[in-house]
Design a protein around this ligand. Sequence first.
Ligand code: OTU
Length: 653
Amino acid sequence: MYEQVSHSLLNKILDKLKPEIRKRDLRHFYTRLGANFYAIYSLSHNLYGQRDDFESQMVKLVEVMAAQYITRDSALKELDRVREQEHNWFLSQEWVGMALYANGFADNLQGLKSRLSYFQELGINMVHVLPILECPKEASDGGYAVSNFHDVDERIGTLEEVQSLAKALRKRNILLTLDVVVNHTSDEHEWASRARAGEQKYQDYYYIFDNRDIPNMFEETMPEIFPESAPGNFTFDDAMDKWVMTVFNSYQWDLNYSNPEVFIEMLDIILFWANQGADIVRLDAVAFLWKKIGTTCQNEREAHLILQLMKDCCQVTAPGVLFIAEAIVAPVEIAKYFGEDAIIAKECEIAYNATFMALMWDAVATKNTKLLNQGILSLPDKLDRATWLNYVRCHDDIGLGFDDADIVQAGYHPYAHRRFLVDYFTGVFDDSPARGQPFGRNDKTGDARISGSLASLVGLEVALESGDNEHVQQCIDLILLLHSMVLSFGGIPLLYYGDEIGTLNDCSFVDDSSKAHDNRWMHRPKIDWKKAGLRKQRGSVEQRIFEGLQKMIAVRKSTPAFADYNNRELIETGNPHLFVFMRSNPFLPSDNVLVAGNFDDSPQSLTLSDLSNRGHFEYSQLQDLYSGESPTQFKDQLVIPPYRFYWLIDRGL
Ligand code: OTU
């Protein structure tokens, strides 16, 4: 849109750009800059317009965007242009991701690059490499305490190896996702060191206070993320003799985005990693980007403005790069990270569907889908040109972040039900076969989250120990059921490394002083490639899980109804053990898939003619896409075996 004030500022800025920028042919850059400039101006002015140096900050902002555009590789610029044309490219059902630690999946980036065929064997074409940037040897929070945003941790590899990996992945049409930890830095980052040395410029990069007056006001409403290992949200720094805001670990200093210099530094870093070949950038802890006394300092409106500004700027320099919002927050808040009051996504194209993840774990513990159905009903529709990242497990804990109102609607008491879930998954409850551990237990609130590998949480560890083959098969079925929901729900499915071969908890972290206080390491495995080799051995646990997944992924990729165009209809079945929804092909109305999952340990029936909101499904010749066979039926009653699922089409159509 053309708007006078912003456009006249743009003209001034273009005249003030460094000569080495002005002399270049930046046709695409200027076109995009012109298109986005009113939004960039409005957002920047909303955030920083009251400052005397607003105009000079805007010049610096455009220079960062231009400089990164100039250094952006021509192959990446070509990819940008293709993706501008096919702007819904990432909504396709062809994408299936895997998150992994490079030095967990392999030994390092080189090792990871040597195993790319493993991804193709399984059908993975998006790899999220968990943080690889320089971080302290001990206090690193699994790489999320970054001490140098422009270089790779020497234990993982080198910048050249990232570039080489990105090229190798691109050649195989595998997307690369990298983390940018936008909310905080390590206290060993140069900015923190210079702040400690008394440089005001860098003290202004953080939230630093002479005394506890303001921190105490913040603490009244801020929750604690790591109450056991890092209670409170502030840390006293002896060197400065001041308090620093540290929402996460005490060695992670929160960045102050009310300072435009912080924004410009971080935009430069995001574009730097886009230029290393990241197709997708995972923005960590985005909910926390704006702090306000009297609030939880999460999901503030300004946090969304910052993300919109990051997106609008990134679109000018690298329009083919997507953002993932990592915001593990209440369901109603999560959808806002696609873009508050937007029509199409204008913040992050992708958001973690933490609600769906937690609701599935509820169904595992209760063997019913009352809360799962209720929670999905309350999940807001996503925007166009946006999609969920659907997952069962990741490198973090499981937070029970579903809505209290939904818990009550499902017939439970919120506090008691969450208590039950933590007791169930930590094996405390009755005969629960789960072997998780409580994480972040907060004695003040009674809150706790859950650590543990997928296989150990569903009970496979206990089943294998007892040698109960029937229970082993049931756990394998349950593992595949969970993956089947993620692979068909609508959005990009994100598997977690090791889950494809039923990897169990690894409690060796307790022997490592840098990890012993953080039991999330029990589900951050070092892959045993001998065990992975068992995926080729008929009848092994690894083979049954791996091949089941392999088949599901292949079927998903050939099922256009599984693309993500808000083409999902939840179906009330009246059976509290079933999770059923209809997926419809947005380009071929008669092409529907009925997805049905049974979370109970006994067979369940579904009377097809009873489907309350009737989906658009005739039930003449049903075929399960996954098995290729007709499902078990008695007249129009569908029978779903325990912990099994169907992806049903009507062959008769
Ligand atoms: C994110 O964590 C990362 O995924 C974690 O691995 C990091 O420890 C953390 O940020 C700090 O960088 O909600 O949005 O419950 O699961 O803090 C931030 C602990 C997050 C993490 C949670 C999560």
